[in-house]
Design a protein around this ligand. Structure first.
Ligand code: FES
Length: 156
């Protein structure tokens, strides 16, 4: 069950501003993303303007502000990945999922985000599904990768 924002915040004693990042991390872990409601509640708790909290949170790529699918795919289009073939991998991925950058599949299972370097250039082209890296990709790897994700759902 998803913990309420108040319950998450209450775990942090006092309203020290040093708690901002740990609080946001906890909220994202529990709720899947940082909602507007969460920003307002954290703002009241830490007595910091919501704009300041939003400003800090957006500095980190780690935080996101919209709900994401069960499998969030980040495909790298940094220089190394681009040169070694992200284009065809992305094309296959879009064909398989019938979505483009920034979209979520109708069943809510997959979301897609094109990003710049994700730090594994030596194994380009690279993508991540949630926290897992998939490296040295070819376009025709995508069908199997997507099928494996769907299988995990059925087995769960
Ligand atoms: S350019 Fe893709 S991981 Fe660095």
């Amino acid at each position: 069950m998803i913990a309420e924002i108040d319950t998450i915040i209450e775990k942090f004693s006092g309203s020290q501003r040093d708690n901002l990042i740990p609080i946001l991390e906890c909220i994202q872990e529990e709720q899947g993303y940082i909602s507007e409601e969460a920003i307002i509640k954290v703002s009241r708790f830490l007595k910091l303007p919501a704009s300041k909290i939003y400003g800090v949170a957006t500095f980190y790529d780690y935080f996101h502000f919209e709900p994401r699918a069960k499998f969030h795919i980040k495909i790298c289009n940094g220089t190394a990945c681009h040169v070694l073939g992200t284009g065809s991998v992305l094309e296959e991925l879009e064909n398989e999922l019938k979505i483009s950058n920034g979209q979520i599949t109708r069943d809510g299972l997959f979301s897609l985000e094109v990003v710049s370097c994700i730090g594994a250039c030596g194994s380009a082209p690279v993508l991540m599904i949630n926290d897992k890296y998939f490296t040295n990709l070819l376009g025709n790897d995508m069908k199997q990768i997507i099928e494996d994700c769907k299988k995990k759902i059925k087995e769960a």
